[in-house]
Design a binder for this molecule. Structure first.
Ligand code: PGA
Length: 258
């Protein structure tokens, strides 16, 4: 029998909040979320502020162990002449435990490719960070009937060749590009189907948590979890609302614990 998969609710703050604003938001989030999660190991809440806010948010997260700190990207080298990049050792010193890799905004606006996503994923794993590998098709790709091919290609490019004992530490986020920030969320049954497809991409993906992302809010999040194939959410806009984020973390608890 495979071990039960962890549920994960990740708030991607994108390029929102200065360090002082981020500190206030982290305070508003951490108390209710820590009370909700308690000492459960099966549900994790993580927040991903901009890099500049990590040092301000880290001490607050440290006081609330059920909340983990996540970064929005990581470079594949430990240091070097890579202007504008941040490395895993730098993140570790800020208490970061998770890192989003290959977000579609990185792929679309900053030239992120399947190859650089693979390099960043490997670097995260090498340093003990948990990579949250984001994959998903554009509207054009969906309309051309290329959803499955594109998603499988992204998953395989990022994860092929990673040893099985490392692979269990990976998290995959299925984020259809057309659903991000548009208010047009993917049908939960379709998200479940793609999550199953992702698990079929490689051996050993059974234990890997798969998140859905794209216009997730408290009123649609439970439907994604209900199908049993999606293990959590990568939440953008709604994660900047402390109350909404706390509600979604509660929704991720097993029914008898809510
Ligand atoms: P959204 O963003 O929830 O605002 O659609 C999701 C994401 O970009 O991860």
């Amino acid at each position: 029998m495979t071990r039960p998969r962890r549920r994960l609710v990740v708030g991607n703050w994108k390029m929102y909040r200065t360090p002082s604003q981020a500190e206030a938001l982290a305070r508003a989030i951490c108390d209710p979320v820590a009370r909700t999660v308690g000492d459960r190991a099966d549900v994790v809440a993580a927040i991903a502020p901009p890099f500049t806010a990590l040092p301000a948010v880290a001490p607050i997260v440290r006081l609330h162990p059920p909340v983990a700190l996540c970064a929005q990207n990581v470079h594949w080298e430990d240091e070097g002449a890579f202007t504008g990049e941040i490395s895993a050792p730098m993140l570790l010193e800020c208490d970061v435990r998770y890192v989003i890799v290959g977000h579609s905004e990185r792929r679309r606006y900053f030239g992120e490719t399947d190859a650089t996503v693979a390099a960043r994923t490997a670097a995260a794993l090498r340093h003990g960070l948990t990579p949250i590998v984001a994959v998903g098709e554009t509207l054009d790709e969906r309309e051309r009937g290329e959803t499955e091919t594109r998603v499988l290609a992204q998953v395989r490019a990022a994860l092929d060749g990673i040893a099985a004992e490392m692979l269990v530490r990976v998290v995959v986020a299925y984020e259809p590009v057309w659903a991000i920030g548009t208010g047009r969320n993917c049908d939960p049954a379709e998200a479940g189907r793609i999550a199953r497809l992702i698990r079929s991409a490689l051996p050993d993906l059974d234990a890997v948590s798969i998140l859905y992302g794209g216009s997730v809010k408290p009123d649609n999040f439970p439907a994604y979890l209900a199908g049993g194939d999606v293990d959590g959410g990568l939440v953008g806009g709604a994660s900047l609302d402390a109350d909404a984020f706390a509600v979604m973390v509660r929704q991720a608890l097993p029914e008898d614990a809510r």
